[in-house]
Design a protein around this ligand. Structure first.
Ligand code: IMP
Length: 426
């Protein structure tokens, strides 16, 4: 039985949790393959809203095994907090497994994330300050500590000692911070290790066996295509590969296992943090989207920047992810706008760009070419079938599918599970 990859096609926050929720019923394993606790989704657990940053939302389903795979960076303190919060609400977290190959976010990563942002001043990236970038930097520099090191105290202390020699110089001499104590960090982390030990496993081997046994695997991307370190709007990106290719390396499975790549696309665009955003709307429409869409970051509490749907970005996401189809979210948020706009291309320096521009400077200065479409005053939350939507809303969905060159198979018109419609817009 093949695997499905689910990726965000924008700058994150597309509503991937909603799509996972819909697919979870027919899924045995839900896998996080990149990122760390910079992600965030709000889930209803034990009758209460709970914010999860690291644990896949699949944890809510008794039949699902949630997997934190090799490509993720793990803050073990945060992971244990989430496990405890779930258990306190009556959700059984015992099935959750973590790859021994995943890298650890260490206290100095958090500190370095904060001070480097401060030093960048007006050029700062607007990171979530969760230590994500510095943890991935150490992984690539081959000085990272991994989850498996937590179960070998001697090697953990030795590696930490070596790494801290350099990090403490950096913190103290460059950034004027206090040096960190390796013994205190080791004691804290090894205690986490004792609690996590039963969950640490070879998750790639686990998934391989599961797929051979006909189990269904959902690889759930965090962040989004335009935050990808290689394919996003660099340098205003995260430090991992949310794109579908990253799912394979991050989970340690081969391309032949995957038969569907779903792109989760919001019916408008949002972005947190700095960086170019051609269709951003700083006027009343942007305000409408932010307010009706409750566009506030789950992880940082920051207001998200809002703007019109951008078909250039969707075409790009179709290309770099090899999307099979799209799950379109939050269409209901557009209700009440007298007119809606869709960006079909960009213009810069007298040239028209139908595709994502090949140079970042062009993207920074790109002027969106908008197509104006009729809005709809009706609320959509109670719609049971696609055909029951107001004609203007259906036209909007069809146009997005046409401009993106990708079928839209599902459409969300509200936060509840029932507020999801099957579509055939191709
Ligand atoms: P980092 O991932 O904390 O290093 O932040 C890098 C950039 O990615 C910043 O612009 C963040 O706002 C953005 N980012 C990271 N995670 C998310 C997410 O889950 N949703 C939206 N933006 C995110």
């Amino acid at each position: 039985m093949p695997a499905t990859i689910l990726v965000g096609t924008q700058w994150g926050d597309e509503g991937k949790g909603k799509a996972t929720d819909l697919l979870a019923g027919e899924t045995d394993f839900v896998v996080r393959y990149q990122g760390g606790n910079n992600a965030g989704h709000t889930v209803l657990a034990g009758g209460q809203l709970l914010k999860l940053h690291l644990i896949p939302s699949g944890i809510l389903y008794p039949h699902v095994t949630p997997v934190i795979a090799d490509g993720v960076v793990v803050n073990p303190g945060v992971l244990l907090q989430e496990i405890d919060a779930l258990a306190a609400r009556g959700i059984d977290p015992s099935r959750l497994v973590v790859s021994g190959n995943a890298h650890l976010i260490m206290p100095y990563h958090l500190e370095i994330d904060k001070v480097t942002e401060r030093y960048l001043g007006k050029h700062r990236l607007g990171t979530t300050k969760r230590g994500i970038g510095p943890a991935y930097a150490d992984k690539v520099a081959r000085i990272g500590l991994r989850v498996q090191d937590l179960t070998d105290p001697e090697i953990f202390r030795e590696k930490l000692e070596v790494v801290l020699r350099e990090k403490n110089l950096l913190l103290a001499k460059i950034y004027n911070r206090l040096p960190m104590d390796p013994a205190a960090i080791a004691d804290e982390y090894l205690a986490y290790g004792e609690r996590l030990a039963p969950r640490i496993t070879d998750t790639s081997a686990l998934l391989y066996r599961a797929l051979r046994d006909g189990k269904r695997v959902l690889l759930e991307g965090a962040q989004g295509t335009l935050l990808d370190i290689d394919h996003g709007t660099y340098p205003f990106v995260t430090s991992s590969n949310p794109v579908s290719g990253g799912a394979l390396s991050g989970a340690g499975i081969g391309p032949k296992e995957v038969d569907r790549v779903i792109g989760v696309t919001k019916a408008y665009v949002t972005r947190v943090g700095s960086g170019p955003f051609p269709t951003e709307d700083l006027g009343s429409a942007g305000k409408h989207l932010g307010e009706r869409g409750a566009e506030v970051g789950t992880t940082t509490g920051r207001a998200r920047r809002c703007g019109w749907f951008d078909a250039v970005l969707l075409r790009y996401a179709v290309r770099v992810n090899g999307l099979s189809d799209v799950f379109l979210t939050k269409l209901d948020v557009l209700s009440g706008l007298p007119e809606v706009k869709v960006c079909t291309a960009y213009e810069f320096d007298g040239r028209r760009y139908e595709d994502f521009p090949p140079h970042q400077s062009i993207f920074h200065k790109a002027e969106p070419v908008f197509e104006d479409m009729e809005g709809w005053p009706e609320e959509l939350g109670g719609t049971g079938r696609f055909e029951e939507l107001p004609a203007a809303a259906r036209k909007y969905v069809d146009r997005i599918s046409q401009l993106g060159g990708v079928p839209i198979r599902n459409l969300s018109v509200g936060p509840d599970r029932e507020q999801t419609l099957a579509v055939d817009a191709a």
